[in-house]
Write a protein that binds this ligand. Structure first.
Ligand SMILES: Nc1ncnc2c1ncn2[C@@H]1O[C@H](COP(=O)(O)OP(=O)(O)OP(=O)(O)O)[C@@H](O)[C@H]1O
Ligand SMILES: [Mg+2]
Length: 415
């Protein structure tokens, strides 16, 4: 019934598809090349993608695959159009996290993933939230819980337990550690044999893949507590980090995590796997208040992990490359919002994104249709509303990307 209702709300096509982008968008907004230079280059090389002329005009419209082919092959003043990425590094992992509900986490994660894909990056998103807002927005509504972060954690418990049992000698004392037993009910689920790729699904965007979530994954929080009891040495918070380490270093450029509004097993996995934390917060006083307590409680929880587990082969204590706060639903004309923005900057000195994401009608509307401003065709609303919405997300994304580029180099070299 759930799936039936979802299918009905996904009408008309049921399946999400990605629109084409006009030559104006491709040149000015995506490749950032002068429009007439761009058209001239295309005309000069007939082997470049043609796009499609739509009925209502003279513009050509390109798919993202075509845009990426142009990006690979066209150079402007000897400048490559490919996005920057340090050599020999794995994908950069950014968690969008805050335990405040409705802070704009999923909206930010969706828009950053889309903006990064339009920027030429290959993106993996991981939905850690059983509300599955991001999965639904990316068109995945029929997901079985085995193939979510929950499955990754259960598989990790089995694998880690087997690994520990195979080497049952404690390193320091040389004493045998008791063999840890997992009940048949856990082994029989068959999760132990799943491959990494079993958890990764394609989306309507050719360069975005997703580890989706679903409502049934909500029991992770409950099950994980039991699992820890079965094997107290299991570093439950590192399951997703180990999963990501198992993916080829050059398979993706960015991994973006959408977190649930809670500190729990799933969000601790996201935070532990992340190189950078991006913390969206609304502009109200209570949002400021819960954002500061989120940071306090998170650092306590991370402190507990460091105290409770031998560092050994785990990177403990957890260190982030960067932590940044991003104000969302901001109205530049609102005195209270401006005052709160200043307060954020005073408290989180140097860690507050310069460009807040403004409140926009386009997004309120897109929420209903589960689409980002990048997916909305600008002919479907007033051009000005669309442009302003796109500009605010573009600026926030560019700052996000630049913070990544500033520290990406410092990750260890890929093996
Ligand atoms: N910049 C914006 N302008 C207008 N509306 C926005 C903006 N950002 C978010 N919203 C709206 O606010 C609501 C909450 O946003 P979102 O789902 O992204 O928050 P969240 O932090 O992921 O919530 P949860 O904690 O439940 O996961 C949504 O209805 C969304 O459309
Ligand atoms: Mg959300």
């Amino acid at each position: 019934m759930q799936s039936h209702i979802r299918k009905q709300t996904f009408s008309p096509e049921n399946e999400k598809t990605l629109r084409r982008f006009s030559s104006w968008e491709v040149s000015e907004l995506i490749l950032k090349v002068n429009q007439s230079t761009f058209r001239g280059r295309l005309a000069a090389d007939p082997s470049l993608p043609d796009g499609l002329v739509e009925e209502d005009g003279r513009q050509r419209w390109y798919t993202l695959e075509e845009i990426n082919e142009i990006r690979r092959r066209m150079k402007i003043n000897r400048r490559s159009l490919l996005p920057k990425r340090p050599a020999n590094k794995r994908a950069f992992r950014a968690a969008i996290a805050n335990f405040k509900g409705g802070a704009g986490k999923s909206t930010v994660a969706l828009h950053f993933a889309h903006a990064a894909a339009l920027d030429g990056y290959r993106v993996l998103v991981v939905d850690f939230d059983p509300q599955a807002t991001l999965s639904h927005s990316m068109g995945l509504s029929d997901v079985a819980e085995d193939f979510t972060v929950w499955g990754i954690m259960a598989r990790d418990l089995i694998r880690e337990t087997d690994r520990m049992n195979a080497a049952p000698v404690a390193a320091e004392t040389g004493a045998r550690v008791p063999t840890r037993q997992l009940p048949a009910s856990i082994r029989d689920m068959g999760l132990g044999g799943l491959r990494n790729t079993d958890f990764i699904r394609p989306t309507a965007w050719p360069s975005i893949d997703i580890v989706p979530s679903c409502a049934n994954a909500a029991f992770v929080e409950f099950a994980s507590a039991q699992y820890r009891h079965l094997n107290p040495d299991w570093s439950f918070f590192a399951a997703v980090s180990r999963f990501l380490d198992g993916i080829a270093a050059d398979a993706y450029d960015l991994v973006i995590f959408d977190c649930p509004p809670a500190i729990g097993y799933q969000s601790m996995n996201a935070v532990f796997a992340a190189d950078m934390l991006y913390v969206p917060s609304g502009p109200g006083y209570w949002e400021y208040d819960s954002t500061t307590s989120f940071i306090g409680q998170l650092s306590e929880a991370l402190g507990d992990l460091s105290a409770g587990f031998p560092a050994g082969n785990l990177p403990l204590p957890k260190v982030f490359q960067d932590i940044r706060f991003l104000m969302t639903r901001y109205e530049p004309g609102n005195d209270l919002h401006r005052a709160m923005f200043e307060a954020f900057r005073k408290v989180f000195e140097g860690h507050v994104a310069e460009h807040p994401i403004e409140m926009t009608r386009a997004v309120e509307q897109s929420g209903r249709f589960l689409s980002s401003v990048y997916e909305i065709d600008y002919r479907d609303m007033t051009r000005e509303t669309w442009r302003r919405a796109r500009a605010t997300f573009d600026q926030a994304y560019e700052e996000f990307r630049d913070s990544i580029l500033a520290t990406w180099d410092q990750l260890e070299d890929a093996a």
